[in-house]
Design a protein around this ligand. Structure first.
Ligand code: PMP
Ligand code: GLN
Length: 385
């Protein structure tokens, strides 16, 4: 293709292709076991497939309403109240989105102005920073210290000023697998009290917590909820990451602005999937039992590698396990992750990519949302390294 002599000035000069695309491509090229990008290697419930197919056959194939099918919004509203007590009106306070990624982007686009400061905690899931940059906002990074990766609220308090517009939290946390406690939420509530600062709470792993821990949704804390966009995704909960359906909950005033951006960003999302999820949400065991399902996988994987030279960090939630490889190699984590894929045929994610500055802690992230057989094969390899 001939190139135009004029080029556009990049709005995201630091950004390349995401690590998830890179490592999954490398895994495919090398025929390696792919524990890098977070998605299951097993199928979703056949019942869910049946429900989408039923929706398509019954003619649910045209645009859904801009904010999503009302039946699905009602189910989400009921579930949120039942689990976390927070009340969201289906007509004005719930919007269905093209995955959590679009909801995050839209919430930021709708509320961040040039020069606004947004506090994010690193290591951070990789879609927050570019969305803030594109909106003209300024990321204020707070580094979580390994291996606990807990938030130091005194540090956060010191960073808050007149320009602070938003704090982004993520629990259970990608990539570390840590969770925020009720005390964390109360601290955040206290720090933000009497300010106009917004919260974006990324809760996509809300049903994947281990060892009896409970998810502390912002929806449990009314004084936080009144200033928050809560974002979740059906991709993680129902093993359907490829369907890209998520949602946002927010008080009406915030949701009105969210929808102004949403309607010109995607307008509405895949109708038959929405209809299927609306019916599938009736089966509450499907999401309530997810933590047991993943606890078994977590325990299986961790136990299978206990004799290896990798050191596991504690995972309280999410489907990610961090492994420290400092006993094995001095290579930086990107080099080591690449070598592991090419030489040992096992792909992971280097954690340094989730920081704004180069932090090489010799830690890799492994996704255990995989068949037991895949996890055991992976463990066999890791044990030999
Ligand atoms: N937030 C976090 C923390 C994630 O791990 C992911 C990806 N799995 C997303 C948001 C995006 O979710 P979705 O695939 O629904 O866009
Ligand atoms: N959230 C998934 C992960 O952390 C990947 C999502 C993506 O590929 N963008 O691995």
């Amino acid at each position: 293709m001939p190139q135009l002599s004029a080029s556009i000035k990049s709005k995201l000069p630091k950004v390349g292709t995401t690590i998830f695309s890179k490592m999954s491509a490398l895994a495919a090229q090398e025929n390696a076991i792919n524990l890098s990008q977070g998605f299951p290697d097993f199928d979703c419930s056949p019942k869910l497939v049946e429900l989408v197919s039923k929706a398509m056959k019954s003619g649910a194939n045209q645009y859904a309403p801009m904010s999503g099918l009302i039946g699905l919004r009602e189910q989400i509203s009921e579930k949120t109240e039942k689990l976390y007590t927070g009340k969201y009106k289906p007509d004005t306070e719930v919007t269905i989105t093209a995955g959590a990624t679009q909801a995050i982007f839209t919430a930021i686009a709708a509320s961040i102005e040039e020069g606004d400061e947004v506090i994010i905690f690193t290591p951070a899931y990789d879609c927050y920073e570019p969305a803030i940059d594109l909106a003209g906002g300024i990321c204020i990074f707070v580094e979580l210290k390994s291996p606990e990766y807990r938030i130091n609220w005194d540090e956060v308090k010191k960073l808050i000023n007149q320009r602070t517009k938003m704090v982004i939290i993520n629990t259970p946390h990608n990539p570390t697998g840590t969770i925020m406690t009720g005390q964390d939420m109360l601290q955040l509530e206290k720090i933000l009290d009497k300010s106009d600062i917004l919260v974006l709470s990324d809760e996509v792993y809300e049903h994947i917590l281990f060892d009896g821990y409970e998810h502390q949704s912002v929806a449990r804390f009314p004084k936080l909820a009144e200033r928050s966009f809560i974002i979740s995704s059906f991709g993680k909960t129902y093993h359907t990451t490829g369907w890209k359906i998520g949602y946002c909950l927010a008080p009406e005033k915030l949701m009105t602005e969210f929808r102004k951006a949403h309607q010109y960003n995607v307008f509405s999302v895949h109708t038959p999937s929405q209809q299927a999820y609306a019916e599938f949400l009736e089966y509450e065991d499907e999401y309530l039992n997810l933590k047991h399902f993943y606890q078994k996988k977590h325990d299986l994987f961790k136990d299978a590698i206990k004799e290896s030279r990798f050191n596991p960090y504690q995972t309280a939630g999410s489907y990610f396990q961090l492994l420290d490889y400092s006993n094995i190699s001095d290579e930086n984590d990107i080099e080591f992750a690449e070598r592991l894929t090419k030489e040992f045929k096992i792909a992971s994610i280097p954690t340094s990519v989730f920081y704004n500055r180069k932090v090489d802690q010799k830690v890799l992230r492994f996704c255990f949302a995989k068949q037991d057989e895949t996890l055991l094969r992976a463990a066999e390899i890791l044990n030999k390294i």
